[in-house]
Design a protein around this ligand. Structure first.
Ligand code: AHR
Length: 326
């Protein structure tokens, strides 16, 4: 009798254990399935430009809609800080790492660490100097192509004299490198003069305004402002206003800007800016789509450039501006 009782007890214990394991496995797999995708995003700066504000907003909104947990950090102009932030996110075992680099160079160790950790490394906005075996995919702008669009447009203007002021963005970012290479190569090929060529830390509008004001004070004549974003172009216009220099549609200076924020396009329509080259910041939905494809095991394009266009006084309308998302 005693033997039967103890066998029954052992059996009962076994069934209880099996049920518990099964439940745990079920819970584990359910937890795994329900676990939110966590994405680490290493952003450049919080208040860098209107473009950057739209870009950050796009990540926040798209990730919230997708149900992703977003861990966004800001380098605030410090490349070394971005590197350590990326390493920290890898330590925290995020599911995906998205990097928008202040600098193009210096990302190999982070990319290798992500690869070792099995974390897909995605570049957004600005392509980094990485071999294709070190990143999973990218959603970036082709900044050289953007600059070449501006050069091609400038050629059509057939100015009496090409005396160009270049207001560059953050030194060493792929956005600055691409856009500056385009105008520098274009000036060489077309025998144009670059009378000023300086990069503004943080793409800063005030720095651009001061640089143009100082240049005007030296008596240097110029016929083109090539500003590598809308904010710096607006800074240049403020300096020209203060000096009584006319620009835009009926002025002596052509103003070229990049980004095509809504307000920048309004300046094209009003004749202040002569050309605004689109650099589209709405990467949130693109990255969500990419991550969902990766999660589903689908093959993704490794090097995806964002489609972008240009706007000048002849092509812009209020309806176009009103329809824009940023
Ligand atoms: O990387 C894109 C550039 O960064 C934009 O042209 C500029 O406005 C932003 O700050």
């Amino acid at each position: 009798m005693k033997k039967i009782f103890s066998t029954a007890l052992v059996l009962m214990l076994m069934f209880t254990l099996l049920a518990a394991c099964g439940k745990k496995d079920a819970e584990t797999s359910a937890t795994k399935e329900d676990k939110k995708i966590t994405v680490g995003v290493v952003q450049t700066n919080a208040n860098e430009s209107d473009w950057r504000t739209a870009n950050t907003k796009s990540f926040n909104e798209a990730f919230a809609t997708a149900g992703f947990e977003l861990k966004m950090v800001f380098g605030e102009g410090d490349h070394a800080k971005q590197i350590s932030q990326a390493q920290q996110l890898i330590q925290e075992e995020v599911d995906y790492l998205v990097v928008l680099g202040l600098q193009s160079a210096g990302w190999e160790d982070v990319a290798k660490a992500a690869k070792t950790a099995g974390i897909p490394f995605i570049m957004a906005d600005r392509k980094l100097d990485l071999s294709e075996n070190l990143y999973t995919a990218m959603v970036c702008s082709d900044f050289l192509a953007e600059g070449n669009k501006a050069v091609d447009w400038l050629k059509t203007q057939k100015l009496d004299a090409y005396k160009i002021v270049v207001l560059g963005g953050d030194t060493g970012s792929s956005a600055q490198l691409g856009r500056s290479k385009a105008i520098e190569d274009g000036a060489k090929a077309n025998k144009w003069d670059i009378v000023f060529n300086q990069n503004m830390k943080g793409w800063d509008e005030t720095l651009a305004k001061q640089a143009v004001a100082d240049l005007i004070a030296t008596g240097t004549k110029f016929t083109v402002i090539y500003a590598e974003n809308d904010n710096m172009a607006r800074g240049a216009c403020t300096a020209m206003d203060a000096a009584g220099i006319t620009y835009g549609k009926n002025g002596t200076v052509k103003v070229i800007a990049f980004d095509a924020n809504k307000w920048g396009l309004q300046n094209v329509l009003s004749g202040k800016f002569s050309l605004d080259v689109e650099c589209n910041p709405l990467h949130g939905p693109r990255i969500v789509k990419l991550i969902n494809s990766l999660k589903a095991g689908e093959k993704v394009e490794q090097n995806a450039y964002v489609d972008e266009t240009t706007f000048d006084i002849n092509s812009i309308t209020q309806a176009i501006i009103d329809a824009r998302k940023y």
